[in-house]
Unconditional design. Structure first.
Length: 293
């Protein structure tokens, strides 16, 4: 049995201040494969306080240095890719070939593209040729709460963490309590890459607990959530009390529109795409509307 009861807060692994045990279930056997701690308010407060302390220094760090650290993160990620694949296969049931190619590959793809885009991005530039004395400066939003789902762990974590880190935001990650093992590995990667303490923090918890606490925390400037529509509504309502920014990517599967002039390939591709990751994808085309000519 794997035991991972610690959180990553302020650059160190710490025991839960207000936690309770939670069993992670291996979908292949439907038996517990790991035990983690679900945090409470004291753990959330500690992580947010660390991110808030780190914010001024991280915002002031030159963009080139922030990008360089994400490049180091990418190198660490590549060197430990097999560990990630094994963790995701265990925690959320992806076949190992899919975990290696698609689940791990998604994170590699996103981090590399963030680095490439950031190197070509003007964080400070004249507003226009006609107003060269007026500059537009892109600054960090602040402390970000990042809440991710179980079905594509590294896809969602790298999308949120990569963007936040390059922009100069500090963050608290709450991964799904159903697939936390890969997220804990990712926290090790952040530490190995050398990010300053407090820039990245991880607290395990459920949506009702840590998720709600982060969404309503007065010192969190933005919450980014990927998950169900039901939870998205709840987060929006909670976040409204503190007027924080909210970014939602909510679940939902749409129909493919197959027209009469389509060939068999269109249907076959639709079926194959629907079944990837056992159909557990927010963009799985689980219905087909086929034109009757």
């Amino acid at each position: 049995m794997i035991e991972k009861r610690q959180f990553y807060i302020d650059g160190a692994w710490t025991g839960a201040l207000d936690g309770r045990d939670h069993e992670v279930i291996d979908p292949a056997t439907e038996e517990p494969c790991a035990i983690i701690a679900l945090g409470g308010q004291a753990d959330t407060d500690a992580a947010v306080a660390a991110a808030k302390r780190a914010l001024p220094g991280w915002m002031a760090t030159p963009a080139a240095e922030r990008i360089a650290l994400v490049e180091k993160l990418l190198a660490v990620y590549k060197s430990r890719a097999e560990e990630l694949a094994q963790a995701m296969s265990l925690e959320m049931g992806a076949p190992i070939a899919l975990a290696r190619a698609n689940q791990v590959g998604a994170g590699l793809f996103h981090l590399q593209n963030f680095v490439d885009a950031a190197k070509a991005f003007d964080f400070e530039a004249p507003f226009s040729d006609a107003h060269a004395d007026t500059h537009m400066i892109h600054e960090a939003i602040g402390v970000c709460a990042l809440i991710t789902p179980w079905n594509w762990p590294m896809n969602q974590i790298t999308l949120k963490v990569g963007a936040a880190a390059i922009a100069g935001c500090t963050m608290v990650l709450k991964p799904s309590e159903e697939s936390p093992l890969s997220a804990l590995l990712f926290a090790e990667f952040m530490d190995e890459a050398g990010f300053p303490k407090g820039v990245f923090n991880l607290v395990n918890g459920d949506g009702v607990g840590v998720g709600t606490q982060l969404s309503g925390h007065a010192d969190v400037d933005m919450v980014s959530f990927t998950g169900s529509t039901r939870a998205g509504r709840a987060i929006s309502k909670t976040a409204a009390e503190t007027l924080k920014r909210v970014h939602l990517e909510l679940g939902g599967k749409g129909a493919n529109l197959i027209f009469a002039d389509a060939d068999d390939t269109a249907v076959k591709r639709g079926v194959m795409h629907m079944m990837q990751n056992s159909g557990q994808s927010c963009n799985a085309p689980s219905r087909m509307m086929v034109e009757a000519p």
